[in-house]
Structures are given as C-alpha cells and as structure tokens.
Design a protein around this ligand. Structure first.
Ligand code: ZN
Ligand code: ZN
Ligand code: FE
Length: 759
C-alpha cells in the first residue's frame, strides 16, 4: 500500500452550524478514507488518510459538493505522516477556541424538511418549527457563543429522546442541528385574539387562515420579528391595514407559496426567479402584471410589487392552497422598528391586529426582511438584513478592528476583524427612539458574538447625528469622523475587494460635506485612504431645510428660481402654491434665509418630479425620485436635455439651469411625463459620462464606482453603466452591499482602518 497518504485540511468560511461535519463524515464513508473532522477557531479541520485515488475523490467532494448553507473562503492542505488508524470520527469542538468561527444567517426551509413537513406519516408532519443542519433559524436565536443549543433561545426546549438521537447521530441530517425540535419537545403555536387572549383551538393555522379569509388582520410571529398579514386580493382588508398602520403609501410586501402564484400578478424574468429562490429569501421587486387580481392598495402609484417566497415552515403552512398572495408587512407603526418581543407585540400591535399567530420560541435579535432587485443582470440588495446577516464580507486586506456606526437613516453598523467585515442587520432611522435603542442593543450583541472590543470607532462627519453623539460619549477609543460620500465610495470599492483609486460618482439625498454644506451630487477621486472632490452639482438653496425634503415643490421652486430668476413660468406646481407662501419661499431663496445650500442629486430628482406634477409632498423617503423613475415606460426614449459643466477652480460643476429650462419647455409643449422623465435620466447619464471623461483626462483613472441611494434607480444605473462602458471605463456597482446609507458603515470601517494604519 505504497500510495497511502494522510492530509490535514483546514477549511474556513461558513462551515459551522451548517451540517459541515456530518457532510465530511459521510463523504469519508463514501470514499473509504479514515481520519477525523473537528470544528476549531477558524472553521473546520479534517485529517484524512487513504489511497491516493480515494483521497482525491474525497477532496473533490469537500470542495465541490458542500452543503447548501456552507461557503468556503479558504481551503488549505498539508501532508502528514501516515498513522494507519482505522475509522472516521467526528471529534468534539476544541472548547473555547471554536468561538471565533462565523455564525450563519437565518435561512429558508430546505427541500428535505419541506418534504417532511407535508408528509402525513412523518413525525414532524405540519410542524411549524421543523429544521435541520441545512436550514432554519440561526442568527435570530443566538444569545451567545459558541453556537450551541444552550446559547440559543432553543435552550427553553429540552430535546425528547427521538430528537436527541438524531442530534447525536453523525449520519443524521439533524446531527448537531442546534434548533432541532419536534411536536413532542419543541416550540408550540398559539392563536390569540386581538386582546392577546389564547383561543383554545385544535389547529391554530387553519383558524388563522379562516380569519384571513374573512378579511381580518393577523399578526404572525416569524423568524426575525412580527409580520402583519392580510389577504392581498381583499381590497377592503388591505385598505383597513393601511389605515390602522397609518402608512399612507409605502408599498406592502407580499408573500406567495410558489413562483407559479407570483406569475399570476407579476412579470418575472429568469434572473428574478433565481433571486426569489435563494436560501436568503429576500423581498424581490417585480413588475406588476397589467390587470393583476390584487388590491391596488398593496402598492399605490407603484409599478412594482415587493414579493418573497415563504422562508419559515409556518409561512408554508399558512399559504399552502389558501391564498395566491398574502400581504406580509413588518409588524410596526410606520417608521418604528419591527416588533419582535412577545410582550411588546401585544402592546404595540393592539388595535392593528385582529388576532395573533404566535409561538413560544423567543426571538433574540430582530431582523427585518431583506429587499433586493435585479439590476444590470445581477442582484442588488436595497436592504441587507435577515438571511444575509451576519455573514462576513471580505476586505481587500486585513486591518485593525473597527466599529463603524453608519448613517442617520437606514442605519446599520459594521465591525471588522482581520480581513472580514460584519455588517449588521437593518436598524432603521435613528430619529426614532425605538431604533436608537435597537442601535445600542445591536452593537452590544455583535460585540459579544464576534468577541470584539474595537479600539477604533468610525462615525459620520455630521455633528448632530445620533451616531455621532453616541461616538462622542465613548471613552478610551480612537474616533474617526468620515465624510459621508467618501464612505459610500469606499463601501463600493470594499465590496468588490478593489484596492486602488477610482472615480466615485456618488449621488444620494443628503450627506454632510467637508465644507459644512449638504452634499449629494458628487464626483470624487479616492480610495479607502482618502479622497478629493473633483466635481459636484451646483449648490441650490433648500427653502425651509428639512421641509424641502418632505415637500418636493420647494425644490421645484428653487430650481425654477435658479433657471428663471423671479419671472417663474406658469406651471401647475407653481400655481398650486398659495400666493403668500410662494412669495415667502422666494424671499427665503433670494435672501438665503433658512435655506441651506445643497448639491444633492436626490433633491434635483425631487424637483423634477414636482415639476412633472407627479408629487409635491412625500410620505416616505425617496418617494418622489422613485415615482419619477416609475413614470418611464420602456427603454425607447433616447432624447436628452442640454447640460452645462462649468470648469471651476473647485472642479467640474453641473449647472442645471439649461436642463431645467428644457424640461419646462417640454412640459409646456405637452410632452408626456414618461418621455420627460426618460430624457432627464438620460441627461444625468451623459453628464456622468462626460464628467468622468474629463476626470480621466486629468488623472488617468479609468475605473468608476457608482454609489449612493440614487443608484437604487435601475434605469439610471443601467444607462450610466452602458454609456461608461462604451467610453472604455471599468464600472463598479454595488451588489450584496446596498448603495444607499444601509451600506455606509462598511465604507466608514475601511476608511477608519486605513487611518489607524497611518497612525
Ligand atoms: Zn432542513
Ligand atoms: Zn423532539
Ligand atoms: Fe448617503
């Protein structure tokens, strides 16, 4: 047996809590190799011995045929002396050392568990908490590390003999599946009435379906929090939910049993179909089908539905052969974080929900649903939360450990360790007290499960952000203030592991500028180390400050004043403002009273949306810009407006007066809004390309990164990418990290890491 060999294999990545050791065990049996497998601090270590050809097959399986939830980031091998030991065993974890391995995100129900769920002879038939090593809750139930049942909220449920046997059997799909449970020993479902009183019922799921059929609103406790469910085809019920939630127009998310159901109300291409089915199960934005059967109140004035497939077994039970679609919107009052604790659910959702479908497995960490859309042929996350968190993001190089505190809106925080960044779940808008509490709780929780005490804390440059004040109050750490748009640029580069400099086209709503003004239409050159501002949109007054964000007609007036002076064209948006208010606003603009200056691209979108008569007031952030994008019909409109790029000392300045006059001309000439909107988008794309060409001529840089919330806009992003590529640029866009402020903390972390290095 001269070809006998022994190898030590070190595997890193998401390899714990995902059925990796049973998988290795089974592969060893299959290929007839001997040795052992063990979890350790970095991941999994295997020693395997056998004849060369068997060993080769075993190694191939280890790399190519891994469990669905696993992902390998490092695979290293070393030769060892042959020992001749027989058998293959799974060793216990190396105690404390196992702590630093990654905890995996919460995922869908795997196909094997789904088969069992609907198999009448299975002992878990219709059991809403079925799971295995390949699927189920993880991050949302972890209370401490190492990832072990006693450190999850499953500690409340001692396993019965049958579950224990599976848990201890290396050949079982439930070997060391920490949330393993069955109807005998695991969590139980209860239906409660609107007052929170339990209703004694044989089958709570069937009863809940009955209530939903009658048009009632049912709060459903899910993986990362409560949803409010209602029959999406029942218009009166959907409107009632909107009324009770005081949610005027923000779209509700939908959930359907299968893609066949979804195809009844939305158009889905192949790429979107794949995205719907991924284990993370995000909400995917899909085009509404003309004449669809759902209530128009699900997504008023929107061409898209946000749709997800079921991810918990309870969702499957609720939707099987019942409704083509349920509204499954986060259980909260508008702007508050999603409800996840049972006590607060009863209190905060009282008066909204007619009934509560709940269970007794505690949710340790709240996590909203993630939101994604397909853009330029790939997935783009608009909200990175449940299903993706706390998976690590690889950085271009190792750095000191940093805690980055994110932005004010759509807040997430980020920790780094070596060459890995851990972006938190969506926390929300830190203008809300509940969200601020969640912010601190999330920092504490991540600190604990990642075992980090960063000595460097990164925060936004804005002096009044909640996160900045939080940083101010910290003692004994080094604080790094990071400019908002520089962080967007660094976030985009970091997501793709890009080290060198790039031209950053950073378009968003609002960010505090290095000159104390409000930036948001920025051309930067830089990387993780630093940046220069090489161009921007001309500064325009925002009459009334924040009020201009909520009332786009104010920005329309500001743009018209910029283009025409006092002699305003007679557009409906102007006529709609009562004369005294109009005069006051114009005075504020002229004299600069309570009218901070902004270079924001988002505000320009608002202005154009208002000029087009689409929206003069908004009920949620980004609404006007979104509706302007939605107004475009098809891809056929190639026209664009004139635009001026001024070569000023401080860089290339986009002067929008000519563009605005051309838009007004079109509107007065009764050109349809869909064409005006497309031309406006096209103009921005050409403006981006031309500015980048100018910057390339100055710097030699041919790499462009597109970031900032405006690049959630599919039409604009795809246009920019296409035109820039024709111009010979390499274009980097976001994918698994959001372009909006939800991805900001990653950039802050990278920048602070660099600064620490420089001393
Ligand atoms: Zn499973
Ligand atoms: Zn059991
Ligand atoms: Fe931003």
């Amino acid at each position: 047996m001269s070809d006998l060999q022994r190898k030590r294999i070190s595997i890193e990545g998401i390899v714990q809590g995902v059925g990796f050791r049973p998988f290795v065990y089974q592969a060893a049996r299959r290929w007839g190799v001997t040795g052992w497998v063990r979890n350790d601090s970095r991941g999994v270590t295997v020693e395997a011995e056998g004849p060369l050809h068997r060993l080769a097959g075993f190694l191939w399986t280890l790399r190519e045929d891994i469990p669905p939830l696993a992902s390998i980031s490092r695979f290293e091998m070393a030769d060892l002396p042959v020992t001749g030991a027989a058998g293959f065993v799974i060793c216990e974890s190396e105690g404390e050392a196992a702590k630093t391995a990654q905890i995996s995100p919460d995922t869908y129900v795997c196909p094997d568990c789904l088969d069992e769920l609907f198999d009448p002879v299975d002992r878990r038939y219709r059991y809403p908490f079925i799971n295995c090593t390949n699927c189920g809750p993880r991050y949302s139930i972890v209370t401490a590390i190492p990832y072990d049942r006693r450190n999850t909220t499953m500690v409340d449920f001692p396993m019965c003999a049958a579950c224990r046997a599976e848990y201890d059997d290396p050949a079982s799909r439930r070997f060391h599946a920490q949330p393993n449970a069955c109807p005998e020993c695991g969590p139980q479902l209860t239906l409660r009435d609107g007052q929170g009183r339990p209703m004694a019922l044989e089958d709570p799921v069937a009863a809940a379906i009955g209530l939903l059929r009658q048009g009632q609103i049912v709060a459903v406790k899910g993986l990362g929090g409560y949803h409010l469910a209602v029959d999406a085809a029942n218009d009166a019920a959907v409107r009632e939910l909107r009324r009770r939630k005081s949610r005027d127009e923000k779209p509700f998310a939908l959930m359907s049993y299968s893609s066949a159901d979804i195809l009844r109300y939305a158009d889905v291409d192949e790429c979107e179909l794949r995205l719907l089915g991924v284990v993370e199960r995000p909400i995917v934005l899909l085009r509404q089908k003309a004449g669809h059967p759902l209530s128009p109140a699900v997504a008023p004035r929107n061409r898209y539905f946000g749709v997800m497939l079921p991810y918990s077994p309870l969702h499957y039970l609720l939707l099987k052969e019942s409704f083509p679609a349920l509204v499954m919107t986060s259980g909260n009052l508008s702007d508050e974080p999603i409800v996840y604790e049972d006590g607060e659910a009863a209190a905060r959702l009282a008066g909204i929900a007619d009934a509560f479908l709940v269970h007794d497995r505690r949710i340790e960490t709240r996590a909203d649903d993630s939101i994604a859309r397909v853009m330029a042929g790939k997935a783009l996350l608009l909200r990175r939360s449940r299903g993706y968190v706390p998976r690590g993001i690889f950085l271009p190089h190792p750095q000191s450990s940093v805690l980055a505190l994110g932005a004010e809106l759509k807040n997430t925080v980020c920790f780094t360790r070596d060459d890995r960044a851990f972006l938190s779940q969506h926390i929300g808008d830190l203008q809300n007290a509940e969200a601020c509490a969640s912010f601190e709780r999330t920092i504490g929780h991540l600190q604990q499960i990642l075992e980090l005490q960063p000595q460097i804390v990164a925060h936004d440059l804005h002096p009044d952000y909640h996160s900045t004040r939080y940083a101010d109050a910290l003692e004994g750490v080094r604080k790094v203030a990071v400019q908002h748009h520089h962080a967007h640029l660094a976030s985009c580069l970091a997501e793709h592991g890009v080290k060198g400099e790039a031209i950053g086209v950073i378009f968003d709503g609002i960010g505090y500028g290095a000159d104390g003004r409000i930036w948001g239409g920025e051309f930067l050159v830089g990387d993780g180390k630093g940046y220069r501002r090489v161009g921007h949109f001309a500064y325009l007054p925002m009459p009334g400050g924040d009020a201009a964000t909520r009332e786009p007609f104010r920005m329309a007036l500001s743009c018209l004043h910029h283009a025409y002076g006092g002699d305003l064209p007679p557009l409906p948006v102007v006529a709609a403002i009562p004369e005294p208010e109009r005069r006051l606003l114009l005075q504020m603009i002229e004299k600069g009273v309570n009218s901070p200056l902004t270079s924001s691209c988002g505000r320009l979108f608002d202005a154009v949306a208002a000029l087009c008569g689409l929206r003069d007031r908004i009920s949620y952030e980004g609404q006007a810009a979104l509706e302007l994008e939605m107004a475009i019909e098809g891809e056929a409109e190639e026209g664009f407006y004139p635009y001026d790029i001024e070569h000023a000392e401080e860089g290339y300045i986009f002067q929008p007066a000519a563009t605005i006059r051309a838009i007004v001309g079109d509107l007065q000439g009764r050109v349809p809004v869909s064409a005006v909107s497309a031309r406006f988008h096209n103009t921005l794309a050409y403006l981006v390309a031309e500015t980048c060409l100018l910057v390339r001529a100055d710097t030699g840089l041919a790499r462009v990164a597109l970031s900032g919330g405006v690049f959630q806009n599919r039409y604009l992003t795809e246009k920019c990418v296409a035109i820039l590529k024709r111009g010979g640029f390499e274009v980097i866009t976001h994918s698994l990290v959001p372009p909006n402020d939800g991805g900001l903390a990653l950039g802050q972390a990278v920048i602070a890491g660099w600064q620490a290095e420089e001393g």
